[in-house]
Design a protein around this ligand. Sequence first.
Ligand SMILES: [Zn+2]
Length: 390
Amino acid sequence: MANQTPSDRKAKLETATQWLASQQDAMEKLLSELVEASSWTYDKKGVDAASAILRQAMPLPCTSIPSTQYGNQNVFHNALPASQSGTLLIGHIDTVFPKEKFSGYLSDGKLARGPGVLDMKGGLVVMTFALQALKLQGLLDSIPLSCLVVSEEEIGSPESTPLLRSLSKGVKASLVFESGREGDAIITRRKGSGSFTAIAHGRAAHAGNAHQAGANAIWSIARFVDRIQGFTDYQQGTTLNVGKVLGGIGKNTVPDHSEAYVDMRYITLSVAETLRARILAAAGEVAVSGTHIDVEWGPGRYPMEKTDASEALRAQYAHCQRLSGLGDGECGLIGGGSDAATTAHEGIPSIDGLGPRGKGFHTVEEYVELNSLIPKTQALLRFLCVGRSL
Ligand SMILES: [Zn+2]
């Protein structure tokens, strides 16, 4: 293994690439089994059952980190871990769909449909088969890599983020197998996201008999909503969305309580900091007399910011895609977060969107293009096998 020459490796890569070309049926079979195993984030039993199917198919030993709230987290180990300047492969097995909402696997031979088929069980199939191909050629244990399959990515990876961070240490490249984009464009940038609840406290009073004694919390929240919606700046890539407002008990009572639920997106951490300061200032400025507004910050994700190192990684992976008959472009800025943002924030060159192509994730229209399974897997195989010596 250690004494393999680059030309040995290239010959083995050739054989492994050809083997993969014969695996369409096997890949579709694993995809169908994973999709049939419904795994909504909040369905721990379902997520764990889907993980059991994946563990059977993966050619690496696995450590399951138990969770009481979500599915267990699964880390697959190699003889040489990713921390030795290797590659960290990242996926997630949960989906956004409860079983009753969307279930089952359907294929017409070209497109496959089902919950998570694109986001991102297709990506798990790509990871699994690339590793199987390496194993068949006796290459697997000579390549430093680790593989993490997260169980609660769709709600922002609240429990797995520390694990992601610790597995990032010493890693040279973080590859994330989220849904493949049109033209196989590789994702290098994602917006960061944040959330908060603004809570206005006022004073209740009879709307007819004691209007003057009241302090209207809804009025304050209305003014606050108007102010912060104005912080949206499409040019800068900053958006704020008040998505839900609550308050009051009826028209003849001055409301003493009102709440607004807000989502925000931004391109850089420094924009996020400025935005937070402006939001807090607005809360102080707009509250009407007798009321005040508290801001409670909620969960969020760091932005995935592009670096010279991540651009070099993208170019290298794009080359592997090109050699596998795929597109090699770069994706435009993405509004939604992923685990790639966590490894990028740790300073690890990170790219995303390396799973099979398709459309409609997070909707019941979700589908994957089955003819992208093999080339996407071949691209990963090439990257792992000969990487920088291409
Ligand atoms: Zn996803």
